[in-house]
Design a protein around this ligand. Structure first.
Ligand code: 5RP
Length: 252
């Protein structure tokens, strides 16, 4: 665990982050090896608690097992009701970046919500890893509001969190444009329904990290899928004045 791995994520941009959510859980080591051979630089792990979202995925033992088989940064998306309670166990297991949802932090009023978000960000930072804040498409943008400046990454969900294989919601594109215009340096990640047909538009909107699940793991050749996605992503023009896109990055 270290913020050095966060720099690996920053330097990888623009980058496709495969989600393991729908891979072969009976052969996780093999899946990671296939993804690494296909050029993956960062893995995205979807942790679901069956409470914040109506689905269960996996917890610390799987993160720890993956950590033993790869040096790649582990970008952990916490779709759980109490991210603070699980932050240290996740970091101990090997997470390098922890993203939690604004929806999980709602208090009785705006002041309490703000306090919860600030507390969660502070506690994760103190663990020495990167911090991300996620927002679902159905959540008003004002809930993300003043918190973007506190975090390393904003995860703009393009489906409601909970399941892979859902339909892309284009409201995410407008959201990314707004965030990018206001925060040129923050990492912006998109997640849900990303395919070769929409990844270029996400890039054009200002996104620099693209989580892809089924469009990779449904394919027999992960390398072919990632090459197609990369080409489509890089075909989306970079908006002027945005971060994470030196010529070196564009060649990835
Ligand atoms: O966070 C998620 C679901 O909550 C997944 O990362 C996401 O849905 C990826 O799968 P797909 O690309 O198939 O939509």
């Amino acid at each position: 665990m270290s913020r050095a791995k966060l720099d690996v994520i920053r330097d990888a941009r623009p980058s496709i982050l495969p989600s393991l959510l729908q891979c072969d859980f009976g052969n996780l080591q093999g899946e990671v090896e296939r993804l690494a051979a296909a050029g993956t630089q960062v893995l995205h792990l979807d942790v679901m608690d069956g409470h914040f979202v109506p689905n269960l995925s996996f917890g610390m033992p799987i993160v720890e097992g993956l950590r033993r088989h790869t040096d790649m940064p582990l970008d952990v998306h916490l779709m759980i009701s109490d991210p603070v309670a699980y932050a240290k166990p996740m970091v101990d297991a090997g997470a390098d970046l922890l993203t939690f949802h604004v929806e999980a932090m709602r208090g009785k009023d705006a002041a309490e919500t703000k306090g919860r978000i600030e507390n969660a960000v502070g506690q994760i930072r103190d663990l020495g890893v990167g911090v991300g804040l996620a927002i679902n498409p159905s959540t008003p943008m004002n809930e993300l509001g003043g918190h973007v400046a506190l975090v390393d990454l904003v995860l703009v969900m393009s489906v409601e969190a909970g399941f892979g294989g859902q339909q892309f919601n284009p409201v995410s594109l407008t959201r990314i444009q707004e965030i990018r215009a206001a925060f040129p340096n923050v990492m912006i990640e998109i997640d849900g329904g990303i395919k070769a047909s929409n990844i270029g538009a996400a890039r054009q909107a200002g996104c620099d990290l693209f989580v892809v699940g089924s469009a990779i793991t449904d394919r027999s050749d992960y390398g072919e899928a990632i090459v197609e996605l990369n080409e489509a992503m890089l075909a989306g023009a970079q908006p002027a004045g945005t971060q994470g896109t030196p010529s070196e990055g564009e060649s990835r």
